[in-house]
Design a protein around this ligand. Structure first.
Ligand code: UDP
Length: 323
């Protein structure tokens, strides 16, 4: 198939593009490089630099690249920032996303894989979080992704558009080529590894008084390559659907730091800080539905395997993409 990867210069998009190319699909990448990096664009892919805010640009890109399907990763994705600048989130994640959908309809491309998030759920009533739980986002980021999921449902009903929405838990790790390099890093694992590399003095632990065994937040970390594989499987889905995507396991902040110490063999100092606003104590996915319906099986179940891949990448590219 030919796939247009929108946001394919970013962390998750670049690795999906790599796996698609490894499986002999053709890939075109559309990215405005605001969060992504030119050197994260797989050299085997066609590249179109552009912003989804410009409808004409995405429409001409689709007309020129003629994809069979689109994977959409281009979005703003920081909970904290969304609480300060909701407009950016509603504009980028809903309004610009609509430009993509309308360009697809106009050019007759009817299949989309959408990058959604567990942030659509808000604090869960029960764990693990399956697809039957009611979505109740508590920040504009989660709200914007939920709104887009609702738009997709209507586009299916009205235009016969087919989509699969994948709600990721905590994406982490790296492939041999591509990894996680945000210009402003807020995520736990890359921040801990920066301390291991001597690029940061210490890692801040946000909240040590949660009702969890060691007092720190628990998250479901999923290997980026397993996540990318789910996107490729989703291309074959016979129907429009929503799937939660994690490993079903949980690791605390302290467990992540301990595993990073073990794997890197480096000293990692911590400083305990107050809770970070908006952090639920525990988020753990049920991925039974995608396993049952699409046959997805994560290959990297352990936190250690995830961190090992991330550490290898950060050691090899200590300055990240450096562009
Ligand atoms: N966290 C932390 N220090 C950091 C970054 C994150 O203690 O430097 C905590 C954060 O409060 C949360 C967990 O690590 O409990 C995972 O945070 P991350 O930002 O990686 O992902 P999120 O779950 O917010 O999407």
């Amino acid at each position: 198939m030919k796939i247009l990867v929108v946001g394919g210069a970013g962390y998750i998009g670049s690795i999906c593009a790599e796996l698609l190319l490894d499986e002999e699909h053709q890939v075109a990448i559309f990215d405005n490089l605001s969060e992504g990096h030119r050197s994260a664009v797989d050299p085997r892919a066609e590249f179109f630099e552009g912003d989804l805010g410009e409808q004409a640009k995405i429409r001409s890109t689709i007309a020129q690249s003629k994809p069979d399907a689109v994977m959409h990763f281009a979005a703003s994705a920081l909970v904290g920032e969304s609480m300060q600048n909701p407009s950016k989130y509603f504009r980028n994640n809903i309004a610009s996303g609509l430009n993509l959908l309308d360009a697809m309809i106009a050019t007759g491309v009817q299949r989309l894989i959408f990058s959604s998030t567990c942030a659509i759920f808000g604090p869960p009533e029960r764990l693990p979080i399956d697809e039957t739980l009611p979505p109740r986002p508590i920040n504009p980021y989660g709200e914007s992704k939920l709104a887009f999921e609702k738009i997709l449902r209507w586009y299916d009903q009205i235009h016969g558009f087919k989509f699969v929405s994948l709600r990721y838990f905590n994406a982490a790790g790296a492939s041999a080529k591509f990894g996680e390099d945000h210009r402003h890093e807020t995520h736990l694992i890359p921040n801990v590894l920066k301390v291991a590399l001597g690029q940061k003095r210490h890692v801040e632990v946000f909240g040590t008084d949660y009702e969890t065994p060691d007092g720190t937040c628990i998250r479901d970390y999923i290997h980026i390559v397993d996540l990318a594989r789910a996107h490729i499987l989703a291309l074959k889905s016979p129907k429009s659907e929503f799937y939660n995507l994690g490993t079903g396991g949980g690791s605390s902040v302290r467990e992540v730091i301990a595993a990073c110490r073990e794997i890197s063999g480096r000293k990692i100092d911590i400083v305990e800080e107050p809770r970070r606003p908006g952090d639920p104590p525990r988020l753990i996915a049920s991925s039974e539905k995608i396993k049952r319906e699409l046959g997805w099986r994560p290959k990297f179940q352990s936190l250690e395997a995830i961190i090992e891949s991330a550490w290898k990448w950060h050691e090899k590219f200590p300055d990240g993409y450096a562009d």
